[in-house]
Design a protein around this ligand. Sequence first.
Ligand code: NDP
Ligand code: MG
Length: 379
Amino acid sequence: MEMRTIAILGATGSIGTQALDLVARYPERFRAGCLTAHGSSEKLFELCRRFRPDVAALVNEPAEIPQDLRGIQWFFGPDSTVRALLASKCRDALCAIVGIAGLDAVWHALDVCERVLLANKEALVTGGDLVMAKAARLNKPMLPVDSEHSAIFQCLQARQGNPVKKLLLTCSGGALRDWKKEAIYHATVRDVLAHPTWNMGGKITVDCATRVNKGLEVIEAHHLFAMPADRIEVVIHPQSVIHSMIEFEDGAILAQMGMPDMRGPIGYAMGFPGRLPYDARPVDFAALGHLDFAAPDHERFPGIRMAIDALKAGGSAPVILNGANEVAVGAFLRERIPFGRIPEIIQSALESVPVSPIKSIADVYEADRRARAFAMGSI
Ligand code: NDP
Ligand code: MG
């Protein structure tokens, strides 16, 4: 089996560390040639000791690099991720930075890597048209890591040229699924970070509770699979065993299932078209007994509806939604605003920040800057 070098961008995060678990299981197939992080220097040093990359990067420069890690080529500063990626010459890039901060890395990875393994959904929410056009122009595969999109991608392998009528994205419902509207408004950081089925980074866990995450995923699916918004449906499925589904024109539906563990979709992207066995818990249908489904409640959780409206509005609207959300989630995690303010801030940003056309990455950053300035002013 050929050896692939992989750059893990956002190596210290939830996705990054789970990808490295797979690298460690398959030393004859993968070598982590580049590891990057934002400020978690001690954590990155530990990973560097274990995986010995050629290149590493930290946005925040630490006071010093430990003696035993000075053989690694280090990069620091705001553009350190991209400079490290370019220097590493890795064949694959796993883009696992959180937020629009990861867009630049996705953009450059398309230039220099053979394949982009995409966890960083905000890169598609904000720059989706440009990123997908570039991937098509350069004929570079974008392999989804997000579990729903990996599920759809896996189902599509059995498509045999048949048209797909609809994509069905499943949604656990998040930590506040059964809460009343008034209680949701004042949910604490602790309440929100207690996700029922997945263990993830802080930002995406808050996004799951507001359901903005599922809205971002509708936009992500629209770009990855060239599917209009009105043919993407969200289904609440609390057990997170069905990861998503596709429906054909004859009504037949294919679903991809498994116990929730991100190493499944991460491994599918890393090993594609092969599969990487790991110590996955098997699905025990008899023990589960039943799988439940419900329609999303857009009244208590407006996140999905706002994202679909932004997608339909087009231009910079999804960038405004994303930028306002990133600012509001950050403020909630620092306990500066109540949980219920997050959707309110997004909604007022969508109503107040003018929508403009997106023709370049610079346009994306300009719209993001405006949305952030508006959201900061609302806190
Ligand atoms: P985490 O917060 O756990 O990790 C984020 C990683 O990105 C860390 O390594 C962090 O470094 C780095 N990082 C953060 N900000 C910057 C920045 N400005 N510049 C460079 N690096 C930065 O996030 P997750 O792993 O949970 O999520 C990563 C992405 O994957 C998100 O887009 C998320 O939506 C998506 N995703 C995650 C899933 C999950 O299960 N976690 C599931 C599906 C999608 P440091 O540690 O130093 O801060
Ligand atoms: Mg997901």
